[in-house]
Design a binder for this molecule. Structure first.
Ligand code: DGJ
Length: 740
């Protein structure tokens, strides 16, 4: 039984969904145990007799009357692993013999580097607690923030570190949170990649030692994404326990996953400590990013469905039109000019593309790179955000007016944080870039990174974007970022404080995005970084969609999109249909296959549509119209991965079910059939077994004995059979099921 509460009573919050149990947060003052319940999850921690905040439980929802005894530190393991290092703390300071990953490491002005954090106080907040810790001797305070989503049980954790001492301190390592799981058999899932090859799902058994997922690049990076999932024992796609987490930070980040000396699991994530050194002057504080953690008893599929719902409801921003709405609106079907024209944009050329796009049923026309400054290729122009007078002699207005007259809205590409040395901006302000004076400035794609941490650079970037949006009727910005940092110096500041750039740059990026959205509440934004180099729950608070990869090959996209959706909702996953044969693999595919591959997320067209035949135009028009009818189900429904495209699979299939179980959409793809093998029966998921569903083909054909209408139970247990003609190389089919 929960005993006396320090709060008048446990705070009981109404759950959002009818079936969910009410969510509660409670503190038992007798045992000093904190408990948060939301969705199907409970999270419990307590103050142990030494005063440390100790993790006690993270997993499936416990009974309302279940109680926890006071936290008991783990015993020592001989003299080499003492109780302090063996005890899973919520936020361990580096000191007192801690050998596992610390959450916080500080150097004090007098050279002391010992930090031991003990519970000081707490207060209840709307969906959780703020728990204050303090060093055992010095006035360094850390407030841990906990907020549990009542519906999904996703727990948002972060920390505020405050220096109330008389001298400055340097923070060398600051995590948002540490998570812990008891000893057991687990598999670790994480996402890695490279340019045009993002979102590879790695699945590895937990070994002893530490695995590091990180970016030292100044931004999120293609090479690893700040997400993890841990599967218990035999858990798989749809069964068993999975714990997951995602870090909301678009600067250098790190997540470490350890199996410690006693076989227990610790996950620690936040700012990347590499080259980190944030100076906290007396009275100053540092907020860490937010680390979101969740749990599902329904495998990796269940975990991603929980995360998708949380992203849709609580992470993604709203525009003026969707303010207060439960979900953001499905993305307009867009056209983007990049693969058709590259830098060679012109008024007439863009107008011709716009006419074709409108005829296909596209809602938004986006002009990509090449429209500004002296931009003919990637050697010049970045930083000079005036309309190129040769390409657009009358400014952007005639093109924008034309796009509007065709019934579409207008979007524009920008790359605000970059400068080419061959630009007026760099000639005027060579000191505005990240640099160490006197050292070479390493160019990548012939460009340098503006130091957005500088107030003058921030003002310039906000100023030109605000002007662009004020003077032109622009509905959408594609915000690109085509290199990582080198020479990350901030030479305006004293040497001891220059490393603050790792925090200040990203904070200014967020504040510009927030201010732009506030001033231009209709504008929507896409985060792109040469593809999927800046996708995380930090940037997703400020942008409506992301560009997952520059690789638009429709077959490669099946695995790219598969990996992407483990961490991010299909709502934000922009997928273009481009030309065939594709530049990446020189692979030829049918337009139907390309369209169906892209229809698994938010659909875009990126081909040279002026060259499409009347038949191709008609096919695209038909499938775009069919897509729009079911788009909310695809991008905001519950995603089931029926057949994984990984490990060279001959086949793959996905299904999304509308949240009221009223509709489902199924996609099926063949890589290359072998030995005449037919497509496997697709046993659907997530339908109401008692409801009747009518099947219709969006593309392709079901087997001859397939009923036109059958119960959810029939589709889930008997399954959907494809027609025997569905075979060959790079084939695709799609179906919808509508509840009668
Ligand atoms: C990289 C992006 O990912 C592409 O889509 C395109 O916008 C180019 N940059 C333009 O330079």
């Amino acid at each position: 039984m929960l005993k006396a509460f320090t709060m008048a009573a446990a705070l009981t919050l109404a759950a959002w969904s009818a079936e969910a149990q009410p969510s509660t947060v409670s503190f038992d003052s007798a045992t000093q145990v904190f408990r948060l319940d939301g969705g199907n999850v409970s999270y419990v921690f307590g103050v142990n007799p030494r005063g440390e905040l100790q993790q006690l439980y993270w997993g499936g929802r416990l009974g309302a009357t279940d109680s926890f005894p006071a936290a008991k530190p783990m015993p020592e393991w001989a003299s080499f692993d003492d109780s302090y290092t063996n005890t899973p703390q919520e936020y361990p300071g580096w000191g007192a013999g801690l050998y596992v990953e610390p959450a916080l490491k500080i150097t004090f002005a007098d050279g002391n580097r010992d930090l031991v954090l003990h519970y000081a106080s707490h207060k209840a907040t709307e969906h959780g607690f703020d728990v204050e810790l303090k060093d055992i001797e010095r006035p360094i305070y850390v407030t841990l923030h906990y907020a549990m989503d009542p519906e999904t049980g996703v727990l948002a954790r972060s920390a505020t570190i405050e220096n109330r001492d008389a001298e400055p301190v340097t923070i060398e390592q600051a995590a948002a949170a540490s998570w812990a799981l008891p000893a057991g058999k687990y598999t670790l899932n994480y996402l890695t990649g490279r340019w045009a090859g993002e979102w590879t799902l790695n699945q590895v058994p937990f070994e002893h030692g530490e695995r590091v997922m990180e970016s030292r690049r100044g931004s999120t990076g293609h090479q690893a994404n700040p997400w993890f999932a841990i599967q218990a024992g035999a858990a798989d796609e749809e069964h068993g326990e999975v714990w997951f987490g995602a870090l909301g930070w678009s600067g250098s980040w790190r997540i470490t996953v350890e199996r410690d000396q006693l076989d227990a699991i610790r996950v620690t994530g936040g700012f990347n400590p590499f080259d980190f050194g944030y100076v906290l002057h007396p009275g100053q504080s540092l907020e860490t990013p937010v680390f979101y953690g969740g749990y599902s008893a329904h495998g990796l599929g269940g975990a991603s469905r929980v995360l998708h719902l949380y992203e849709l409801k609580h992470i993604l921003p709203r525009t003026e039109a969707t303010r207060g709405a439960e979900m953001p609106r499905p993305r307009p079907v867009l056209y983007n000019s990049w693969e058709a024209t590259e830098f060679n944009v012109s008024e007439a050329g863009q107008m011709a593309l716009a006419e074709k796009a409108a005829a296909l049923g596209v809602d938004r026309f986006v002009m990509d790179d090449g429209w500004f400054g002296q931009r003919k290729n990637d050697h010049a122009g970045l930083g000079d955000w005036y309309v190129n007078p040769q390409k657009f002699p009358h400014g952007l207005k005639p093109l924008i007016d034309k796009v509007h007259a065709l019934g579409m809205d207008f979007g524009l590409w920008v790359e605000p944080e970059m400068v080419n040395p061959d630009s007026d901006l760099y000639r005027k302000h060579p000191d505005w870039v990240l640099r160490f004076p006197g050292r070479p400035e390493t160019e990548q794609r012939n460009q340098l990174v503006l130091n957005l941490a500088r107030p003058d650079v921030r003002a310039y970037v906000f100023g030109f974007l605000d002007k662009l949006l004020t003077e032109n009727d622009i509905a959408f910005l594609k915000w690109d970022y085509n290199r990582n940092w080198s020479e990350p110096g901030w030479d305006q500041l004293p040497a001891s404080e220059q490393k603050d750039v790792y925090v200040a740059f990203t904070r200014n990026l967020y504040s510009i995005l927030a201010e732009l959205r506030q001033k231009h509440p209709k504008v929507e934004i896409e985060s792109c970084s040469g593809g999927g180099g800046r996708v995380d729950l930090g940037i997703l608070r400020y942008v409506d969609e992301v560009w997952p990869s520059d690789n638009t090959d429709p077959f490669d996209r099946l695995t790219i999109q598969n990996g992407f959706t483990y961490a991010y909702t299909p709502q934000v996953m922009m997928d273009w249909v481009t030309d065939s044969p594709h530049w990446m693999n020189n692979r030829a595919t049918s337009l139907q296959y390309r369209l169906l591959s892209s229809m698994q997320g938010s659909l875009g067209i990126g081909a040279d549509i002026t060259k499409w035949t009347p038949e191709e135009t008609a096919t695209a028009k038909r499938l775009i119209a069919a897509y729009k009818q079911v788009q909310p189900t695809i991008v905001q429904g519950e995603l089931y991965r029926l057949i994984s495209p990984l490990n060279g699979s001959e086949f793959s299939a996905t299904e999304t079910v509308r949240r009221d179980q009223g509709q489902a959409v199924v996609f099926a793809f063949i890589h290359s059939t072998q030995e005449g093998r037919g497509f496997p029966l697709l046993k659907l998921e997530g339908l109401n077994p008692k409801a009747e569903y009518t099947l219709s083909a969006i593309e392709g054909k079901a087997g001859p004995d397939t009923p036109a209408t059958a119960s959810g139970a029939w589709w889930m247990h008997h399954g959907l059979a494809m027609d025997a003609s569905f075979k060959g190389d790079f084939q695709a089919a799609a179906f919808r099921l509508d509840r009668k």
